[in-house]
Design a protein around this ligand. Structure first.
Ligand code: 5GP
Length: 175
């Protein structure tokens, strides 16, 4: 991997502590229930794996994958589901786990798709929220960390498939 200029933004110990807090909150909120936890591939896979291991309620695990198309510099808002869940979510408590909310377009689309299937409840847990970058209003129910701007890699997040394996979250300079 070519050396990228990067600095730690959220270190592994801080991440572990925050994931523990989120899991405690989610366990309290879903007490007595068994949510379907839907991870958004690929970026959320490490966050989701850590999060569900800290829950003290049972859950069902499933995944979706989304692709946005059109020009990447201009948000087209055109998004499609390239991999769907295999669980019938009708009447179930669904918790979507996403890596980053940026413009909000991806999650707005996914929430709409899931809502049409009539789940008993639908919430979103995002590892990172870039609040200032919204193009459509979107509020996640659970947020790990917030940041203003910049591009991050590590802890499942990539830059052209590089850096997913890194145990800390790094902000990349001079992209
Ligand atoms: P949006 O909210 O704009 O529809 O898109 C969110 C998606 O953009 C995230 O799921 C993530 O895949 C990608 N993304 C946004 N910001 C970053 C970032 O800083 N690093 C990485 N690796 N992906 C990002």
């Amino acid at each position: 991997m070519e050396e990228m200029k990067k600095e730690v933004l959220f270190g592994r110990d801080l991440i572990a502590k925050r994931v523990e807090e989120l899991a405690a909150q989610i366990s309290r909120d879903y007490r007595g229930r068994e949510p379907v936890v839907v991870g958004v591939m690929k970026g959320a896979f490490i966050f989701m794996a850590d999060l569900i291991r800290r829950l003290d309620i049972p859950c069902v695990v499933d995944f979706v994958r989304l692709r946005s198309y059109g020009s990447s510099s201009v948000s087209s808002g055109r998004i499609e589901l390239t991999k769907d869940v295999e669980t019938d979510v009708a009447g179930r408590d669904v918790l979507i786990v996403e890596d980053i909310v940026d413009t909000g377009l991806t999650l707005t689309y996914l929430v709409e798709v899931m809502r049409a299937r009539k789940p008993a409840s639908l919430k979103v847990c995002a590892f990172i929220d870039k609040r200032l970058r919204r193009e459509v209003p979107f509020e996640a129910d659970y947020v790990g960390f917030t940041m203003d701007d910049g591009f991050v890699i590590g802890y499942g997040l990539d830059f052209n498939e590089q850096g997913r394996f890194l145990p800390d979250v790094f902000i990349v300079r001079d992209l």
